[in-house]
Design a protein around this ligand. Structure first.
Ligand code: UDP
Length: 244
């Protein structure tokens, strides 16, 4: 596909988004090296994060697509850039939890590490100024983020993605504790998975040692942040590149 990267239309904490001059239905995502936590209060930089997260996310999106999950991903353009369909994003963070950690332990007093079965799907409002608050289904409907059917579809898709990801991470010796997804609508109004899946957006614990391999290393000052991300990429490449 021949195209020209156009103008910057959005810059978030982890990515820049550019238009594609020849096709208004496509966009380019450029991954950034910045690391942020606690709603942007804690900031850092990890040289090479853009490349590692691009590779992790692209391999996972190809795997999901191959297994029947519609995603925005089209192709990798460079070490740090991907081409995707342009979606009209739904302002929800869809979080899936298999094991208690993070905000759930703080809010509900559940002990970290407790298994959550069946897995939990939660909605948060994507709004930095409000600190991404938790939303009930009724509140999401009130805010016109979707109909009851849309929310059911988001939950169904999130649980299907969870099942697929949980299995391959298990093959890699990693426990998928929790993760965040963002969805949007394509030009035909179908709900499609957008954004990224990476150690920035997942909690991954080594099954044998219990070691945290994700952004919690940055959040909690555990050290060796880059090594954790690179180890996740190595394991994903070993499992997913053989059959791609
Ligand atoms: N998460 C994310 N972006 C957010 C909030 C959460 O990617 O703005 C991810 C986070 O990395 C974790 C999961 O969603 O894998 C659940 O996060 P939690 O609600 O525990 O919030 P946290 O305390 O981690 O911000």
């Amino acid at each position: 596909m021949s195209f020209t990267k156009g103008k910057l239309i959005y810059e978030g904490k982890a990515k820049k988004i550019f238009t594609v001059q020849e096709n208004e239905n496509l966009i380019v995502h450029e991954f950034k090296n910045s690391l942020t936590a606690f709603n942007g209060e804690k900031k850092g930089e990890m040289l090479g994060k853009s490349r590692v997260n691009q590779k992790i996310s692209s391999l996972l999106y190809k795997y999901l697509q191959k297994n029947g999950v519609p995603t925005h991903f089209i192709e990798t353009l460079s070490d740090t850039e991907i081409l995707t369909y342009k979606l009209e994003m739904i302002a929800l963070e869809v979080v899936v939890r298999n094991v208690a950690a993070g905000s759930l332990t703080k809010r509900l007093g559940v002990e970290e590490g407790q298994e959550i079965s069946p897995p939990l799907v939660e909605f948060y409002l994507k709004d930095d100024a409000l600190g991404d608050p938790f939303l009930s289904d009724a509140q999401a409907i009130m805010l016109k983020l979707g109909t009851e059917d849309d929310l059911e579809e988001l939950k169904r898709k999130a649980l299907m993605i969870n099942q697929l990801l949980f299995e391959i991470f298990e093959d890699m010796g990693l426990r998928l504790v929790d993760f965040k997804l963002e969805f949007g609508r394509d030009k035909d109004k179908a709900i499609v998975l957008g954004d990224e899946i990476s150690p920035d957006t997942c909690r991954l614990w080594d099954i044998v040692t219990g070691e945290k391999m994700d952004k919690d290393r940055f959040r909690l000052d555990l050290g060796s942040v880059e090594e954790g991300y690179k180890e996740v990429l190595n394991r994903i490449e070993n499992v997913l590149e053989v059959d791609s």
